[in-house]
Design a protein around this ligand. Structure first.
Ligand code: 3HC
Length: 317
């Protein structure tokens, strides 16, 4: 009897914390469903950051100048750091990083759909910075107000770095658009390939999003998938105009009544195929991640052995 009364009191305290827009911290009591949803979303987010290093990383050795190589190196390194913050946030919920990696490698956990598309030209590096990191900013800024403390705090640091990512991409494209016709065509061709996958990053439509309603109630998510997708479209169209490119959507037009852009429907069949592991680069991405994990096993073993010996020495004192 006592435990159920205590549990009820703990639950009401949790609900009061959420409705007062305060933060839930790792040591606080939380419903098991809240913990599970957070581990699911934060792990997917972390996996996305690490896998997301591959598409642009493929251009590190082929960057057209030392300056571009230095900028791209800094960006790709940032993504690794974002993954680190997020795996650490997941560990505060009792998740084990090795277990999360196993779940990624055997397909029991996802990473963002966007990283299953190939980077075919250097313009893709600019378009990923502009549109993919731009979409990430739209999605991640509200997460700075997520109800779970470590996640929200990780996002504050991530968002500062994402704005550098987006600006460097846009500046790269501005430079290309000021170049030759061939460079301008390369940019437009890249935009045509990345626009719809960038819209899919925000997740399925709200009426097909099984997790959104509960995540909004728990204030893990602060906006729905469709709200953020609309915000991204409204932000991107003026930027495309300034750049001198168009988006491959015949239904894209300003709706004065709504004060927003109307736009076409992404191909949700393609989206479901991609997140099921059948994207153009899905097999390559996981194979690369698996190889990196296996090649890095000796580092983890050495670090664990060192830590064990240090703690044995400490205890022997
Ligand atoms: N890619 C892969 N899977 C996706 C997805 C996407 N773009 N959108 C949705 N899904 C999956 C969900 O994970 C869920 O599957 P699951 O239950 O097996 O996990 C299913 O599709 C249904 O989607 P829901 O809308 O119900 O799921 P969520 O409520 O979790 O919303 C989300 C999906 C909006 C992606 C949310 O999880 C989220 O905001 N995640 C954190 C942000 C994030 O992951 N950002 C993108 C990658 S990071 C990045 O872009 C790096 C940058 O530096 C470039």
């Amino acid at each position: 009897m006592t435990s159920s009364i205590a549990e009820n009191e703990l639950h009401s305290h949790f609900e009061e914390t959420i409705s007062a827009d305060l933060r839930v911290e790792p040591r606080d009591w939380m419903p098991e469903g809240y913990r599970k949803t957070l581990i699911r979303q934060i792990a997917q987010h972390a996996h996305s950051e690490i896998i997301g290093m591959q598409p642009e990383g493929a251009w590190l050795t082929r960057a057209p100048s030392l300056r571009r190589k230095a900028i791209l190196t800094a960006k790709v390194q940032d993504e690794a750091g974002h993954g680190l913050y997020l795996y650490s946030a997941a560990e505060t919920l009792g998740a084990d990083r090795g277990d999360l990696t196993d779940k990624l490698l055997d397909g029991r956990q996802k990473y963002s759909s966007i990283f299953n598309y190939p980077t075919l030209t250097f313009a893709d590096v600019g378009v990923i910075g502009w549109l993919v990191d731009g979409a990430a900013i739209c999605n991640q800024v509200p997460l700075c107000r997520s109800s779970f403390g470590p996640y929200a705090r990780a996002m504050i640091r991530v968002c500062k770095e994402e704005s550098f990512h987006q600006r460097q991409g846009y500046e790269l494209l501005m430079t290309m658009m000021g170049g030759t016709d061939a460079q301008r065509e390369m940019v437009q061709e890249s935009v045509n390939r990345w626009w719809w996958p960038a819209l899919m990053m925000f997740g399925p439509p709200d009426d097909r999003s099984p997790n959104s309603a509960q995540s909004m109630k728990w204030r893990i998510k602060r906006h729905t998938n469709d709200e953020l997708r609309q915000r991204f479209v409204d932000m991107s169209v003026p930027q495309a105009d300034a750049l001198g490119v168009t988006f491959p959507d015949p239904d894209l037009r300003w709706n004065a009544e709504r004060g927003s852009y109307d736009f076409g429907e992404p191909d949700w069949t393609e989206f479901m195929q991609v997140i099921a592991g059948n994207g153009a680069s899905s097999v390559e991405r996981i194979a690369n991640r698996r190889a990196a994990h296996e090649n890095g096993a000796w580092v983890r073993e050495a670090a664990t052995a060192f830590a064990r010996r240090a703690s044995t020495k400490e205890n022997a004192r």
